[in-house]
Design a protein around this ligand. Structure first.
Ligand code: 2M8
Length: 725
């Protein structure tokens, strides 16, 4: 693992250690000294990568405070830390409810129910950890009770959507969406209980926090709840704030998926959780979808209208796979626009919580504009579910950069990354740990003497050994083949998402046609290709398609690593010769340069295939050659007429993606291993930096490289060989 990640993983773990209070973790050292509901969930996810015991303990201690009606409280107060936060137990008076747990101090509201997702993740990361199954068995009925509570008490019309009755229940406390319902509450100051805010003692600037106007309404609502002794039926009759929120319900919906899998794992029936999931997903996509905004909005049960405010919460149905494909496409256009920071825009980080172009957008105020780690962490997974891999990767890249460059803050400025709110914030640290583990520490490719020997003696796999020869004049074959490859691109490659529909391809007529044409390659002499652009397009397209052909024909499931020496063994017969993927890449396109993993050049002195070597080689090919894996460039068709522009686009896309991370504050950069493997092609260190400089879109980073090119530290990222499925 790279040095930068190793250092910051240690820092993140140290933050969680410092915030550990003995049985759970406080969200932040001073601002939030107790245990918070969804914070504990995110924290346990981070810990599950290295300390299963504490991850499980975090969740168990939270559920020890579950109310007897199933409600999981927003805050579990630490009796030893009272006196520094508002409101605390004396204000909540949760004991007025017959359901509150005796002897445990809690608030009287709940929060987004992430816990089934967390427990499943702990289980998966625990692998064979002793006691993990009993943990699962203990948690299952409690989470069932939590979800039952939400569907029983918070879904009065049995729609599949749970309402929240306080902005604190949303987790996104002062989101602009709550302005309309909160303004409706006319608070008479002298009728409001007296209170003193404590949050402002712990931040540098009060404009980072909600206003007093908001706090009056937060207090008004708590007062109303306690007056009704937390009886849901009574509260519902008078509460002016009853909202079906897309964020809360998407998390509930996604949690039902995990709950169903947990049920199966311990031999219980998943049917209830599955039907909850289906009902909530259907309700989200019908009731919460705003046709004209092309976005999900919160529904206000008091005014019976959608609240037409576009915040990042409106994208959350992606996380639960609750959006239809058509809705997801519209959401993506909105999400990937200047309103919420477009892909490679260069002057912003990830997805801010509110539309940058709206008047009320506030870059430093809490949930009214800044970037939050947890929201983006969930959205990255949502984008991934719908196949928006490039955008998902770019989000994760930014999420990894923010704490490294600016500190483990609570939230961040989406334009310049400045950290706001509390430093040493637990969920920022925890989700950073999760991202590094999930994104950059995937399985290292197999090594060792056994692998080496099996590669050495592995047989060639000739993919075009069929006897059907297409009825085409050999000189016309290249054109037909290119046409066929373009058709495959149009039908089965998602160039925007960087993905290939291997399943669709396998059974298609287009793929059959393509394979037939490859049989004709045996009668084709590449000498008849003329001009550098035509040759480049031919060999690049052929390389990309031999890889796809082999993945489909050999039935590869997860990674090209399933076939030892894949790139050396899969071959096409072309004219009188055989060309493997490696021969095309290193022999032809890289000008017969030695590959990084081999002591010799691909074409020896007497090899007649030297006639096809292309010199000088063009380093941009490394961003056009697709090796069927997540870390390589997104697949496309290269057209000889526009190939130089296309190669520029490919290079720009790669340099501005998560494969090139730059940390000015750390005086270093993390690069894809492609730059290390082929450093000669780029002109070693100086050439690599020039290349990156030329294609970077962000001016500040370019200036940083210009000023520090001789001293900055370069480290490399692990290459992800999982299939670009
Ligand atoms: C913030 O909310 C609390 C009230 O719950 C507060 O402002 O005092 C929110 O960011 C919330 O999502 C978070 O769980 C909590 C603790 O980090 O702080």
């Amino acid at each position: 693992m790279s040095r930068i990640f190793a250092n910051y993983l240690n820092k993140a773990k140290a933050i969680l250690d410092d915030n550990w209070t003995g049985a759970s973790t406080r969200p932040a050292p001073a601002l939030y000294p107790h245990q918070w509901n969804w914070d504990s969930g995110f924290i346990a996810i981070g810990r599950s990568h290295y300390d299963i015991r504490r991850a499980a303990q975090e969740i168990e201690s939270l559920f020890a405070a579950q109310w007897s009606n199933g409600m999981l409280p927003q805050i579990v107060f630490n009796p030893d830390a009272l006196g520094h936060y508002f409101p605390e137990p004396d204000f909540w008076q949760a004991e007025r409810s017959p359901h509150s747990p005796p002897g445990i101090l809690t608030s009287g509201i709940t929060m987004p129910p992430v816990h089934a997702i967390v427990v499943e993740k702990i289980f998966l990361n625990a692998r064979k950890h002793k006691g993990i199954r009993t943990f699962l068995e203990r948690m299952y009925p409690r989470i069932m009770a939590q979800h039952e509570y939400l569907y029983r008490e918070r879904d009065p019309y049995n729609e599949g959507l749970a309402y929240i009755r306080h902005p604190w229940e949303s987790g996104i406390d002062n989101s602009p969406t709550w302005d309309i319902p909160l303004r409706r509450i006319h608070v008479k100051r002298n009728a409001l209980p007296t209170y003193t805010r404590r949050d402002l003692d712990h931040v540098d600037n009060p404009s980072m926090r909600p206003t007093d106007f908001d706090y009056d309404r937060y207090v008004y609502l708590v007062d109303l709840f306690r007056k009704h002794n937390y009886d849901e039926f009574e509260i519902r009759g008078t509460c002016p704030f009853l909202i079906q929120d897309p964020l809360f319900n998407s998390i509930l919906c996604r949690a039902n998926e995990s709950l169903a899998r947990i049920a199966e794992e311990i031999g219980e029936s998943p049917a209830t959780a599955q039907s909850w999931h289906a009902r909530t997903a259907a309700a989200i996509r019908t009731k919460l979808w705003h046709e004209e905004h092309e976005m999900f909005d919160a529904f206000d049960l008091v005014s019976q209208t959608l609240l037409e405010v576009d915040t990042a919460a409106g994208f959350m149905p992606l996380y639960a796979a609750a959006a239809t494909e058509a809705q997801a496409e519209k959401l993506y256009i909105h999400l990937n626009s200047c309103s919420f920071c477009a892909l490679h825009q260069g002057n912003c980080f990830t997805i801010p919580n509110y539309d940058i172009k709206k008047e009320g957008f506030d870059r430093i105020n809490y949930w009214r504009g800044p970037v939050w780690m947890n929201i983006n962490w969930m959205l990255a997974q949502g984008l991934q579910r719908y196949g928006y891999t490039l955008k998902a990767d770019s989000l994760r890249k930014d999420l990894l950069q923010l704490p490294i460059r600016f500190g483990f803050y609570e939230y961040f400025d989406s334009f310049d990354g400045t950290g706001y709110g509390s430093n040493n914030f637990s969920w920022t640290a925890a989700l950073f740990i999760d991202l590094v583990n999930e994104f950059y520490i995937s399985e290292e490719p197999g090594a060792g003497i056994g692998t080496f020997i099996s590669r050495l003696f592995a047989h060639d796999i000739i993919l075009n050994d069929g006897n059907d020869i297409p009825d085409i004049d050999p000189p016309r074959l290249a054109g037909e083949l290119m046409h066929s490859i373009r058709t495959l691109r149009d039908r089965f490659y998602d160039t925007g998402r960087g993905l290939v529909d291997y399943e669709g391809l396998r059974h298609s007529r287009e793929f059959k046609d393509y394979r037939l044409l490859t049989n004709g390659l045996k009668r084709f002499d590449p000498v008849c290709l003329t001009g550098r652009r035509e040759k480049l397009a031919f060999w690049i397209n052929l390389y990309n398609t031999i890889v796809v052909d082999a993945i489909v024909s050999l039935g590869i499931e997860h990674s090209v690593k399933e076939i030892p020496a894949f790139f050396r063994r899969v071959k096409y017969a072309i004219g009188q010769y055989y060309f493997s993927a490696d021969d095309i890449e290193h022999g032809v396109l890289r000008g017969n340069a030695r590959p990084w993993f081999s002591p010799v050049k691909p074409f020896s002195f007497k090899d007649p295939r030297r006639a096809f070597i292309m010199v000088p080689s063009d380093p941009r090919i490394h961003f056009a050659l697709v090796c069927g894996s997540r870390s390589c460039a997104p697949i496309d068709y290269y057209d000889s007429r526009h190939i130089y522009d296309q190669l520029d686009d490919a290079a720009e896309s790669f340099v501005n993606s998560s494969e090139v991370l730059i940390f000015p504050e750390k005086h270093g950069m993390l690069l894809s291993e492609i730059f290390r493997w082929y450093d000669n092609d780029f002109g070693r260190r100086g050439g690599i930096l020039d290349f990156i400089f030329d294609y970077l879109v962000d001016d500040n980073t370019r200036q940083f490289i210009r000023r520090h090119s001789t001293t900055l530290h370069i480290d490399y990222l692990h290459y992800d060989w999982n299939l670009n499925r």
